[in-house]
Design a protein around this ligand. Structure first.
Ligand code: NAG
Ligand code: NAG
Ligand code: NAG
Ligand code: NAG
Ligand code: NAG
Ligand code: NAG
Ligand code: ZN
Length: 582
């Protein structure tokens, strides 16, 4: 069955609030933390200063990062032939490759200037082609499930369960891809929209981000349907179409429909892209899903001053004063703060507890950091020395754009700066604004200038001019951290362990699943009201940034990973369905 819902245009096509999403931001999303983490672990050996207390007796170590069970569904224990077919059948592998390759061939590109599908329908023709393609590839999904088109190009697949008392599982991905920089075309091994593959990889823009997840979900559902699976719980797949530009029309609309339909806090768990590759330490595979995301905010600060001829300048021109402000901002970094629920601490504790890569005294600090202030400051001090991890415990401030002055013989009358912040888990948008406002106040006092905040007067203008701080575009507070001590996480962890242990790394030690921090954002921020259990994890053994070329040249996905991803989704759905609570 299929139907369409077109929402009230006025509500749904407001100006996107968070339209800008730089390539850097998206790159950072992938796995940088895990690369840094390896650095941390190897250099941890040089960590000396330490509290002189080697006893762990007042710690209950069993509560720190429990290993968790490997969870194999009953269906698997009875008959594992479906999973064995997914993993080992050559035909199944080829079918999955062809589907992903076909998906990559349709260039569903979005960019920062694209208009909504209602305002500029012709910009979105590739998405219509993409829908036809999916419908042709997944006949069972399209004939047996409810398929809705939301806001034209959002896709919501509903597999109704028999028991409406059980909360639905929600699987998220997006259909759009980032553009290819024309100057990089010559560096691609294969043209970016040809969907080429060799024995090991499928190449092309979107092959990793995020069409492998789209195809992974649908391929797993197609197989479950073929196997006559009859779920007790409802299972949903929601595919946005504008994640790469902040999700103003896709995820924003889909989430509203789900909230109207099922209510707040109505979803068992939400799975989306993100996380990073599997790290292997001491022959232990460590999977790194993200259980939290930093917030994000731009400070747009302008300074308006009187003009004049540059032959008789003041001692400090508009730009000179701005230079003082920028210096003030950079010389007063945000404070570090490591709370007990920061996912980075969870990650460190998992590595400390389950591997031998960290000396005992350092382990002790990491274990105690959640409640012992001395241990906490030791860990912060250590993290602060590592560039990639420093910002896992503090808000960042990157001065990214400056514009000012127009003519060599005219005094500048107006200049403007954009500072990008990633807001720490422990902080908030308000605290970020307040710190920047303090910096502005200091310089405004020094040069006798007024201050406006979102066009509201904070301090009157003077003849010298005034600063304006513009936060009217809003921002994103840090995500709530998903708990790792409930049954929802247990099933997620257990399903990852099942596939890693039984199929991906059968010769290594039992895998660990360590919830970590995403420093960028995914579509999940639109779905916060639906569940506390939000996991960002595209099953993969390649590091997104270095290995998979995400948002860069030669983006690719490992075929083995695509296959493991399908198997993981198949088993995760089964495991969650067999769990008969919530
Ligand atoms: C530690 O926690 C575990 C699990 O909650 C509990 O079974 C055990 O008794 C605790 N041990 C101590 C020494 O408190
Ligand atoms: C962005 O996408 C639109 C619609 O496809 C296109 O018209 C426009 O040229 C693109 N802009 C850039 C900078 O590529
Ligand atoms: C654990 O997950 C269940 C199922 O989604 C949820 O109802 C419950 O509130 C969660 N518990 C905690 C402590 O987050
Ligand atoms: C650190 O974070 C915690 C938890 O978010 C907060 O309660 C505390 O006030 C913060 N400390 C500082 C110094 O900002
Ligand atoms: C799958 O089932 C076969 C036959 O029962 C068994 O030999 C094999 O060990 C199972 N595979 C796994 C990974 O459990
Ligand atoms: C659905 O629930 C029934 C009754 O509790 C149970 O017998 C059955 O095994 C469940 N189905 C699945 C797929 O778990
Ligand atoms: Zn993505």
């Amino acid at each position: 069955m299929s139907g369409s819902i077109y929402l009230n245009e006025k509500d749904e096509f407001e100006e996107p609030i968070r339209k800008t999403k730089s390539t850097f931001k998206k790159l950072i999303k992938w796995g940088l933390l895990s690369v840094a983490a390896i650095t941390l672990i190897s250099s941890a050996l040089t960590y000396h200063q330490y509290i002189n207390d080697n006893s762990l007796e007042f710690l209950n170590e069993s509560k720190i990062c429990p290993k968790g069970d490997i969870i194999r569904p009953q269906s698997f224990l009875k008959d594992n032939s479906s999973i064995e077919e997914i993993i080992y059948s050559k035909d199944y592998r080829l079918d999955s490759i062809k589907k992903l390759s076909g998906a990559v061939k349709i260039p569903t590109v979005t960019n920062d200037t694209v208009k909504s599908p209602i305002d500029s329908p012709s910009d979105w023709n590739e998405f219509a082609r993409f829908h036809w393609f999916l419908e042709s590839q997944f006949p069972l999904v399209y004939s047996k499930l409810k398929v809705e088109k939301i806001n034209k190009y959002g896709l919501l697949f509903t597999w109704e369960g028999s028991n409406s008392d059980l909360k639905p599982l929600l699987l998220l991905a997006h259909q759009d891809v980032v553009p290819v920089e024309p100057v990089t075309l010559k560096d691609w091994k294969f043209p970016p929209f040809d969907g080429e593959y060799d024995d090991e990889f499928i190449y092309g823009r979107g092959s990793s981000d995020c069409k492998s997840l789209v195809i992974g979900y649908l391929q797993a559902f197609e197989k479950l349907l073929k196997d006559d699976f009859e779920p007790n719980r409802t299972h949903l797949i929601a595919l946005g179409f504008d994640e790469e530009i902040g999700g103003p029309w896709g995820a924003a609309t889909i989430s509203k429909i789900l909230e109207d339909r099922y209510g707040k806090d109505s979803i068992f768990a939400v799975l989306d892209e993100g996380g990073s590759s599997v790290e292997i330490i001491d022959d232990i595979p460590i999977a790194l899903p993200s259980i939290g995301e930093k917030g994000s905010l731009n400070s747009i600060i302008s300074l308006t001053t009187p003009g004049g001829h540059s032959s008789i300048p003041p001692d400090h021109t508009n730009i000179g004063i701005f230079a003082k402000l920028l210096n003030e901002i950079e010389s007063t970094p945000f404070d570090s703060n490591l709370s007990a629920n920061n996912p980075v601490l969870n990650y460190l504790q998992c590595v400390a507890k389950h591997t031998n890569s960290i000396p005992n005294d350092v382990k002790n600090s990491i274990f105690k950091a959640g409640y012992d202030s001395l241990a906490n400051s030791k860990v912060i001090e250590y993290l602060s020395k590592i560039r990639e991890l420093k910002y896992s415990v503090r808000t960042s401030q990157a001065i990214d754009i400056f514009n000012g002055g127009i003519k060599s013989n005219a005094l500048p009358e107006f200049s403007e700066v954009v500072i990008n912040h990633r807001v720490a888990i422990e902080s908030s948008i308000d605290e970020t604004i307040s710190k920047i406002l303090n910096n502005v106040k200091n310089i405004a006092d020094e040069f006798d200038l007024g201050i406006y905040l979102n066009d509201q007067e904070i301090k009157p203008k003077s003849i010298n001019g005034y600063f304006n701080l513009d936060y009217s575009k809003g921002g994103l507070n840090p995500a709530k951290v998903s708990p790792v001590d409930n049954e929802s996480f247990n099933l997620f962890r257990g399903s990852i362990k099942h596939i890693l242990n039984d199929y991906v790394y059968p010769n290594l030690n039992e895998p660990i699943v360590a919830g970590n921090l995403n420093s960028g954002n995914t579509d999940t921020n639109r779905y916060w009201s639906l569940s506390d259990n939000i996991y960002r994890y595209k099953f993969s053994t390649l590091n997104g940034l270095i290995g998979a070329g995400t948002h860069s040249v030669n983006e690719k996905v490992k075929i083995d990973d695509l296959i493991s991803l399908i198997a993981f989704i198949y088993e995760y759905v089964r495991n969650v369905d067999e769990f008969q609570e919530y």
